[in-house]
Design a protein around this ligand. Sequence first.
Ligand SMILES: Cc1ncc(COP(=O)(O)O)c(C=O)c1O
Length: 315
Amino acid sequence: MAQPILDSESILKSLHSKQNPFWSQYYAFYSSWYGGIVKDPGPFLLLPVDDHIVHRGDGVFEALKSVDRKIYLLEPHLHRLRDSAERIGLSLPMTLQEIEQTIIQTLKVADRTETLVRIFLSRGPGGFTTNPYDSVASQLYVIITKFNPLSVEKYRDGIKIGKSLIPVKEGWFPQIKSCNYLPNVLMKKEAVDRGLDFTISFDASGFLAESSTENIVIVDQNDILTHPPLDKILKGTTMTRCFELAKKAGIKTAIRPISENDLRNAKEVMMMGTTLNVLPVTSYEAQPIADGRVGDQSKILLKLIEDDTQRGTAY
Ligand SMILES: Cc1ncc(COP(=O)(O)O)c(C=O)c1O
């Protein structure tokens, strides 16, 4: 089959002829490579293929939500973005304050009440090697998409989780929200393949770590809301905020290693993350957690986070 040689006009024509059902969910796209914002980007949601984020996963990212035109936990997300970038020696293409302003401008162009804000900081285009110094300059991409919350049944009945067989990230890698998320992808795949909502990982010593893109916490036998130590997991903005709110509400909290036995014998188990807030777990490896019903603390914490969402950064 002879492939045509394309000029810029025929490329544009070809792009405009494409269809993708997800495009209607993409409201605005900022690209430092383009040097501006595209409304309803559709076929123009493009990245240079020699950007090291594409061929080596060399970049970091964040996902945050905006509800009622208020961005929830903007500052902790921006700080984690900066910290992740620092950890891999990736210099920001603009100041953190300029990134914040760019996010807000892109949200204004999107002009929707409830959205997910996806931020990618990439090593940038240049060369196809692993050498990060081959890139011309780091880049920022911000994409405003539709926010698709989970069904109410999941919160009412709780979810089913299982144990992951995917090798856990070692050393300090779990602490970075890098675009090198193959283990996370494979955890999601095994959950879908097994008909579960999520799978969860345990570290090399057998202690609970986290899920694909969610943290997991328990209410232990002593009624203490507990999450694993932060060296083996991503420090979730939702989990951190939830523990702050819980403490203020007089709930006892702790950070300590959690064994599989602790999990099986917990009074309650919950997943926490940006898109799901606080999601009760009622079954682990086909065994019920406690009496298999959604517990009181899960309900209280979900309400605390939902109310707190109203205190986001208005734009
Ligand atoms: C590996 C991992 N753990 C936990 C979380 C939860 O973090 P947050 O509450 O900030 O969304 C995420 C979020 O994307 C994640 O990727």
